[in-house]
Design a protein around this ligand. Structure first.
Ligand code: GDP
Length: 444
């Protein structure tokens, strides 16, 4: 996951000062030196680092901190606030035109993820905001770009406008907007051509497209793995075209995070969305405050809740609670529960959103890979219905059969049975505690 090194270093630095009852200027100096190094190592633009350190230092030795009862924590709060500001402050949403369709021009270098992101974004707006987007294939140079968008359209069941690769992008864009008007689409995403490097011809053409369709948004798609190059690309595109925002892709990779932390400060452009994988739902609106707290190990519980809300079925959750209470929880429920968690995304990413997750060293070493989960699923699926409901009947010969059926060693079957047993015990204790509370008439 992105930002790992930076998060580790910032958290261990801040940990030292967090609990301090008294903070001297010298403490702040030592801390800021470490923060500075951590940011530089994460490939943050040096000027941005300098400004950031200056702002935090001034505030950290100021009255708001020194006079407070918990100065250590106040320093952490200042870092959090300044980091949020650095990442853009407020969330920047995508424009909505008062006269639909809202025209969104997608630009960027080849390979940054422009076509993929056009599909993701259109899909996101349809799913989350009930919009009806049209995608337009105006990249007539990259071989297969049009085909790629058409395939995405089919996969998403989303209309794609294309006129082949013999018509000029300006004409394609114009006609696409016209078509969107006729079909009452509220968004049109124009996937424009990219190049390996910025060149005059490309910019000239993009300017013409801009002139012709007067887009409400011109979003630059940049690859966060390219670090400071991404920032330079953003600066050039912005100078020439006048961008309205940036989408950072590949934040699921092990980027050090420099691009995300420098782009807003260097270019003034907000990061509107981030790409977190190759799949069509791997996109998230960018919330500077949530990202800052993730980096500082304070968790991102809000995103976690939002993910749970869209993936976890309310009725099922209630049913499950009841089963936990009356102890009728079976392996079938367990299987279903795992399916729901899996829908929320890769497990290590989900756990990373919990407060303090970075500090749980043990957690980090547990590589929770999806393979392990499919092994557990295979074992449960090899049980009969009777066994899933009454796991206590699973004797040695049944275990052997289950191991064989799932292709997993017998020890793994044993381990899963033991875990399930422990879980049930824990539920029993918990429900006992709840009942005890009720009986005892605890008052709050
Ligand atoms: P374009 O040339 O800018 O249109 O780039 P594409 O949309 O064809 O993407 C280039 C490659 O990057 C493809 O293999 C995509 O699957 C991949 N990609 C795009 N966005 C992301 C992302 O957020 N994470 C990861 N891991 N891969 C991505």
């Amino acid at each position: 996951m992105a930002f790992e090194g930076l998060a580790d270093r910032l958290q261990s630095t801040l940990q030292k000062i967090r609990g301090k009852g008294k903070v001297e200027e010298a403490d702040v100096k030592v801390m800021m030196r470490e923060v500075r190094l951590a940011l530089l190592e994460a490939d943050v633009n040096f000027k941005v680092v300098k400004d950031f350190i200056k702002k935090v230092s001034e505030r950290a030795v100021g009255q708001e901190v020194l006079k407070s009862l918990t100065p250590g924590q106040q320093v952490v709060k200042v870092v959090n606030e300044e980091l949020t500001a650095l990442l853009g402050g407020e969330q920047s949403k995508i424009a909505v035109s008062s006269r639909p369709p809202t025209v969104v021009m997608m630009v960027g270098l080849q390979g940054a993820g422009k076509t993929t992101t056009s599909g993701k974004l259109a899909n996101h707006l349809r799913k989350k905001q009930n919009k009806k987007p049209l995608m337009a294939a105006a990249d007539i140079y990259r071989p297969a770009a049009i085909k790629q968008l058409e395939t995405l359209g089919k996969q998403l069941d989303m209309p794609v406008f294309s006129l082949g690769d013999q018509i000029s992008p300006v004409e394609i864009a114009k006609q696409a907007v016209q078509k969107a008007k006729e079909d009452h689409n509220d968004y049109v995403f124009i996937d424009t051509a990219g190049r390996l490097h910025i060149d005059e011809n490309l910019m000239g053409e993009l300017k013409q497209v801009k002139e012709a369709v007067k887009p409400d948004e011109i979003l630059l798609v940049v690859d966060s793995m390219t670090g400071q190059d991404a920032v330079n690309v953003a600066e050039s595109f912005n100078e020439q075209l006048g961008l309205t925002g940036v989408i950072l892709t590949k934040l699921d990779g092990d980027t050090r995070g420099g691009a995300a932390l420098s782009i807003k400060a260097v270019t003034g452009l907000p990061i509107k969305f981030v790409g977190l994988g190759e799949k069509m739902d791997a996109i998230e609106p960018f919330h500077p405050d949530r990202m800052a707290s993730r980096i500082l190990g304070m968790g991102d519980v809000l995103t976690l809740i939002e993910k749970a809300q869209v993936t976890v079925d309310d009725e099922k959750a209630k049913e499950l609670q009841k089963k936990m209470r009356d102890m009728s929880f079976t392996f079938d429920d367990f299987l279903e529960q795992m399916g729901q968690v899996k829908k929320m995304g890769p497990l290590d990413e989900i756990l990373g959103m919990l407060p303090g997750a970075n500090k749980m060293k043990g957690l980090k070493n547990v590589q929770i890979d999806d393979k392990q989960i499919s092994h557990v699923e295979a074992i449960i699926q090899s049980m009969t219905k009777y066994e899933r409901e009454q796991p206590e009947v699973i004797n040695a010969s049944r275990k052997k059969r289950i191991a064989k059926g799932s292709g997993r060693p017998i020890q793994e079957v044993n381990r899963l049975l033991k875990q399930f047993e422990d879980m049930k015990k824990m539920m029993k204790q918990m429900s006992g505690m709840m009942k005890g509370k009720k009986k005892g008439g605890m008052k709050f």
